[in-house]
Every structure is written in structure tokens, then in C-alpha cells.
Design a protein around this ligand. Structure first.
Ligand SMILES: NC(=O)C1=CN([C@@H]2O[C@H](COP(=O)(O)OP(=O)(O)OC[C@H]3O[C@@H](n4cnc5c(N)ncnc54)[C@H](OP(=O)(O)O)[C@@H]3O)[C@@H](O)[C@H]2O)C=CC1
Ligand SMILES: O=C(CO)COP(=O)(O)O
Length: 320
């Protein structure tokens, strides 16, 4: 199966580099000047510096050329996904569309698979998610991810097509669980960054990760997702990676907030919008998401770090 990756950011470029081990792959970028520069230098200096682009990778800004592939990976930020589909993918398309973003839309509360299903109903909608930094994938370091698609037969084909020597995919039909894990862990990673940045210590981080996982699982159960999915690569696995590494932009944003510094607003930090989306989603349902709500208030300037910690620590005592 031929593969195109749409979105020449860090993750899209890294996935295309890994897939190029198996044969021809196309990387599409929206900015023709950026594509020309990548073609000339055989590297993506803007988004993934220091890594060579293999010869088997074609670069294009021609969307028709990119859409000719059997499998289309969508590697654009979550809040841009719906607009991207409207602009570039015909509503009647029957393509294999694999979302590679993590988050929920603030405007609608939809995750990536739901957005694809709503906007391109006849397509095969899947999500590729889990613990992986673009730089690690691009350098050929071993990585394991979750591939979720409701149609298991289609999922098996995609699993074969997208697994490479260094990128090992496990599959599930629980797309909702995979969407939730990848989105929610980013918010918890912000909280962990804040805790470490503010000097609250490793024990506080362990508490936030564990109680964060508890609220991730609670929401998943409420929405009918499989809690086993949350315990897998796309949930627990990605939570561990993102909450403990300064390679994570979500964690680094938290660190900056914790020490009282600002953070480059142009960086893709999916947990910011996701925190707001989850607050909207859970306010009506009443699902208890104290860490997520605290992060949202902090991000919106409604609370500072000491107040946020005090709010979490003064909650009623209860059974674990
Ligand atoms: N980086 C990582 O380690 C990982 C990232 N992810 C996920 O991948 C997704 C993308 O992140 P990442 O690649 O890191 O982000 P980057 O900020 O590196 O890149 C985002 C890319 O999306 C492009 N883009 C934005 N809006 C549009 C649009 N409307 N149409 C076309 N292209 C658009 C940008 O184009 P331009 O350059 O022209 O602005 C840019 O190339 C996120 O959801 C993230 O959570 C998942 C796992 C790992
Ligand atoms: O999702 C990721 C790792 O799995 C990347 O994390 P950041 O988006 O926080 O950099």
C-alpha cells in the first residue's frame, strides 16, 4: 500500500522518514517555499532539524499528488483537522484516513476519528497514537504505538502497511479509548511540568500522574470506551513518556508556568485546547476531573500555581 503523509511538521516528517524504509512515501506540506527548501536541503530545518530526509521520500505541495496514495496520514494539529478535511478531502472520499493528532476540538468536543467520520463518512477512519517523540522515530529508535480503527480487517491491513522496522504498531478497534488516552495525557503532562517547575518534587509528580490516570480512566468509562485501552500504549504508555520528559512540549509548557516564565505561543501544545474542551465536555456530565479542571483554570489565568495546588490538596478525603 502506498502512503502519503499530509502535514510537514515534526511528527509528519518523522513518520514519513520511518515509512520510507519500506518504499516510496510522499510528504505533503502546505507551504510551497518550505517544500522547495526541504527538497533542496533534504532536511526539515524548521520542524525537525538535524535529520536527513531519505531519497525514497517525495516532497510535494501538490495535494492531488499526495491524495493518490492508498493510505493518507493526517499529521496536522487537532484544532486544524476539520478545516483541513474541508479544504482538501472530498466529502465522498473512500480513502484510508489515519489521524496522527492528539486532542479534542474545543468548538465541538470531537476527537480526531469522530471528526473524520463526520466529515468524510465513507472513508476508513483510524488513529495512530501512543508514546513517541518525533525525533526518536526519525532517528530510527524503537517505538511502539497504538493503531485504532473500528473495522478490524481494515485495521490489520493498515497495521501491516504502517509498521516499520523501528515503529511497531499494536491494533485495537476501540477508537474512542485511543482518542481519549492521547488527548488527556497531554493535560496531565502540563500539570506535572507545573509541579516540577514550581519545585514541588518528584513525589508530587507521581501523585499527579497516578491520579491523572485515574481521571482519564473515569472519563473513558463514562463515555463507554474500554478502560484496557487507557492502560495501553495510547493511554498509560503516553502518559508516562509525556509526564517525565523535557522533550514533551506539553510538559515544557507546564515547566515554564511552574517557574513563572512565558512559553512560545506558536508551539504546538495540544493539551491547552484539550483542557478547555474537556472542561466543557465534563461540566454537564459531572464527571470528576479535578486535575484537568485545575490545569484549565491555570491556563486561563483564573488561578495561580499555589492556589491550584491548594485546591487539589484540600479536596474531600476519599477511598482510592
Ligand atoms: N512532535 C511529536 O513528537 C509528536 C506529535 N504528535 C501529534 O502530531 C500532531 C502534529 O504535531 P507536530 O507535527 O509535532 O506539530 P508541528 O508544530 O511540528 O507541525 C504542525 C504542522 O501542521 C501544519 N499545519 C497546521 N495547520 C495546517 C493546515 N490548516 N493545513 C495544513 N497544514 C497545517 C504546519 O504547517 P506550517 O509548518 O506551514 O505551519 C506544520 O507543518 C499533534 O497533534 C501532536 O500531538 C504525536 C506524537 C508525537
Ligand atoms: O505526544 C507526544 C509524545 O507521545 C509528544 O508530546 P508533546 O506534544 O508534548 O511534545
Amino acid at each position: 500500500m502506498s502512503v502519503s503523509v499530509l502535514g510537514a511538521g515534526a511528527f509528519g516528517t518523522a513518520l514519513a522518514i520511518s515509512l520510507a524504509q519500506k518504499g516510496a512515501v510522499t510528504l505533503w506540506g502546505r507551504n510551497p517555499d518550505h517544500v522547495v527548501e526541504m527538497q533542496a536541503n533534504r532536511t526539515n530545518t524548521a520542524r525537525l532539524p538535524g535529520v536527513d530526509l531519505p531519497a525514497s521520500m517525495s516532497l510535494t505541495s501538490d495535494i492531488a499528488q499526495a491524495l493518490a496514495a492508498d493510505v493518507i496520514l493526517l499529521a496536522v494539529p487537532m484544532q486544524r483537522l476539520a478545516g483541513f478535511l474541508t479544504d482538501h478531502i472530498p466529502q465522498s472520499s473512500t480513502a484510508n484516513l489515519v489521524a496522527c493528532c492528539k486532542g479534542f476540538e474545543v468548538s465541538t468536543g470531537r476527537g480526531p476519528v469522530t471528526v473524520i467520520r463526520d466529515m468524510v463518512p465513507q472513508a476508513t477512519a483510524a488513529i495512530l497514537t501512543g508514546p513517541s517523540f518525533a525525533a526518536d522515530i526519525a532517528r530510527g529508535l524503537p517505538t511502539a504505538l497504538t493503531l485504532a480503527c473500528a473495522d478490524d480487517a481494515a485495521c490489520q491491513k493498515l497495521q501491516q502497511a504502517l509498521t516499520t522496522q523501528n515503529l511497531r504498531l499494536y491494533r485495537t478497534t476501540d477508537t474512542q479509548g485511543a482518542e481519549l488516552g492521547g488527548a488527556l495525557k497531554n493535560v496531565i503532562a502540563i500539570a506535572c511540568g507545573v509541579a516540577i517547575g514550581a519545585g514541588l518534587g518528584q513525589s508530587a509528580r507521581a501523585a499527579l500522574m497516578t491520579r491523572g490516570f485515574s481521571e482519564m480512566t473515569r472519563l473513558a468509562r463514562h463515555l463507554g470506551a474500554e478502560t484496557a485501552t487507557l492502560a495501553g500504549l495510547s493511554g498509560f504508555g503516553d502518559l508516562v513518556l509525556t509526564c517525565t520528559s523535557e522533550q514533551s512540549r506539553n510538559y515544557r509548557l507546564g515547566l515554564s508556568l511552574g517557574v513563572g516564565n512565558s512559553f512560545d505561543p506558536s508551539t504546538t501544545v495540544e493539551g491547552v485546547a484539550t483542557a478547555r474542551a474537556i472542561v466543557q465536555m465534563t461540566q454537564a456530565s459531572g464527571v470528576d476531573m479535578p486535575i484537568t479542571h485545575t490545569v484549565a483554570r491555570l491556563l486561563d489565568g483564573e488561578a495561580d500555581v499555589p492556589t491550584s495546588m491548594a485546591a487539589l490538596l484540600s479536596r474531600p478525603l476519599k477511598e482510592e
